[in-house]
Design a binder for this molecule. Structure first.
Ligand code: GDP
Length: 296
């Protein structure tokens, strides 16, 4: 029931890519996400933030890239099913000493279904048994032929341990992003995807979002599926309070009346009444549906 609004492209500007890293367990997804973040965040800014976070934005050659961690393939599919595919580019991480495994295969089919560009990061290149050609051959068998073998998929050798290849990976993401010509309207009513949400002691519902269109500001009246409220505060990925989040940026939003479901879309409304009305109508519909199901 999300209304399609008329799109005025005159205000469109280039927006940064949103990238997801997926792969078989233990192939280094988390290590890679953490290494990219720590190597691209100035020590002064990072001040003690060492824990893993769900989404962050870095700069490579002055261009932004947002990374989002998906807790599992199930969540990724759920988001897609809700029509909220937040990802522009998928990185499939394959350990160079282990090769293609069952979850790698699952990820390949998810990525293909999502119809977004794929880059293969061949990780753990620092290890003794690393074998780039083995990975390439296994992937080629699955219709993922490397560019240097006449196919279309870029394979980037990396090590989340030493940092080798990370810059190549980021450069490649920017190249792919350029081809995609991603754009959105910073002046539009804010629209953001919830990638994670929880109830926090003393703060209430907190939603981690990625802005897909417009600019999300403190004070905005928002509706998110059946939840609503007014943006009370926003903290960015460095834990700093900010007044707004721009295109493809990520942050944690306080002010919803309840915890929204991951994958739902937060939309700014003109008034608090409007936000409340939309959310309560949706909640009533959902309840009515549940009731009719249980009485059948
Ligand atoms: P995930 O399950 O895909 O998130 O994998 P993790 O990031 O948790 O990594 C699994 C294990 O592999 C951990 O013990 C990491 O320290 C190790 N690891 C990850 N990347 C590398 C790498 O590039 N080189 C080496 N030698 N070890 C790595």
């Amino acid at each position: 029931d999300y209304q399609e609004e008329e799109i005025d492209e005159s205000n469109f500007v280039t927006r940064p890519p949103v990238v997801t890293i997926m792969g078989h367990v233990d192939h280094g997804k988390t290590s890679l996400l953490d290494k990219i973040r720590s190597s691209k965040t100035a020590a002064s800014e990072a001040g003690g933030i060492t824990q893993h976070i769900t989404a962050y934005t870095i700069k490579q050659n002055n261009q932004k890239i947002t990374f989002v961690d998906t807790p599992g393939h199930a969540a990724f599919s759920a988001m897609r099913a809700r029509g909220a595919s937040v990802t522009d580019i998928v990185i499939i991480v394959v350990a160079a000493d282990d090769g293609v495994k069952q979850q790698t295969e699952e990820v390949i089919s998810h990525a293909k279904a999502a119809n977004c560009p794929i880059i293969v990061a061949v990780n753990k290149m620092d290890k003794e048994g690393a074998n780039m050609d083995m990975v390439k051959a296994q992937m080629a068998e699955r219709d993922m032929t490397p560019v240097d073998w006449g196919g279309e998929i870029e394979f980037i050798p990396v090590s989340a341990k030493t940092g080798e290849g990370i810059d190549d990976l980021l450069e490649n993401i920017l190249l792919q992003s350029e081809i995609l010509e991603l754009s959105a309207d910073p002046e539009a009513k804010a629209k953001a995807t919830v990638v994670e949400a929880s109830l926090e002691k003393g703060r209430g519902p907190v939603a981690t979002v990625i802005v897909q269109n417009g600019t999300l500001r403190v004070g905005d009246n928002i509706v998110c599926d059946t939840t609503y409220g007014r943006v009370k505060a926003i903290t960015n990925d460095l834990g700093k309070q900010v007044k707004e989040l721009g295109l493809s940026e990520t942050g944690r939003v306080l002010g919803l009346n309840e915890v929204p479901v991951s994958g739902t879309i937060m939309v700014a409304q003109d008034s608090d009444k409007e936000a409340k009305d939309i959310a309560t109508t949706r909640a009533e519909h959902a309840r009515a549906k549940e009731l009719s199901k249980s009485t059948k």
